[in-house]
Design a protein around this ligand. Structure first.
Ligand SMILES: CC(C)(COP(=O)(O)OP(=O)(O)OC[C@H]1O[C@@H](n2cnc3c(N)ncnc32)[C@H](O)[C@@H]1OP(=O)(O)O)[C@@H](O)C(=O)NCCC(=O)NCCS
Length: 166
């Protein structure tokens, strides 16, 4: 874990991703996919869905990414959340997820947001609750059907309800 905590917000920016970010996103997702923490995604898929991504930069350099998938019916998923290993633990992941939650509160509430993760305590610290995976059929039938773990999924589902007028 980094010794720099919390992250110095003056050196960190979060912005919408653009197509030229695809290589950085692809590289970091591949790194974590190799240890089974995230699903790998092709560059073509990333380029097609680049509008879902946010990028965090520290001192102007790529530090991490997060995506928000809209399933319709006011259901969203935080996915492809990744922070560079050397910057882990200094608040960048929290900053990206908090930014997504702020946007949902301002623009999309009432809504529900979930994630499938091995880092449930990280999400719970940000206000998510652990729930049964079966709450999310759309997720199960899209990504889960292409995941090597499929029926043996050992990730935890976390969920947050954002009521109207928060
Ligand atoms: C999970 C991941 C995105 C977290 O990013 P990060 O920048 O390291 O996250 P943060 O620094 O905000 O928080 C990590 C830890 O720092 C500490 N921390 C950070 N901000 C804190 C705060 N405001 N107060 C107290 N502790 C804090 C905590 O120990 C926290 O531990 P926790 O995860 O058990 O809650 C990152 O580790 C990663 O890329 N992991 C691999 C991919 C992955 O698992 N992604 C999630 C899939 S959904």
């Amino acid at each position: 874990m980094s010794t720099e905590f919390p992250v110095d917000v003056k050196t960190v920016t979060v912005r919408k991703a653009v197509v030229s970010d695809v290589d950085d996103i692809h590289t970091i997702l591949q790194e974590y996919a190799a240890s089974g923490l995230l699903l790998p995604r092709t560059k073509e898929d990333l380029a097609m869905r680049i509008g879902n991504f946010r990028i965090c930069e520290k001192d102007g350099r790529f530090a991490g990414c997060a995506a928000l998938r809209d399933y319709g019916d006011s259901l969203f998923e935080v996915r492809s959340l990744a922070v560079k290993k050397e910057l882990a633990g200094c608040g960048i992941g929290s900053l990206m997820v908090s930014g997504i939650l702020d946007m949902l509160k301002k623009e999309k509430c009432p809504c529900r947001v979930f994630a499938l993760t091995y880092r449930a305590p990280f999400f719970c610290r940000l206000g998510f609750r652990i729930v049964e995976k079966e709450l999310f059929p759309q997720k199960i039938w899209s990504d889960c059907s292409i995941c090597p773990k499929a029926a043996n999924c050992d990730e935890t589902a976390v969920h947050m309800e954002i009521p109207a007028g928060v």
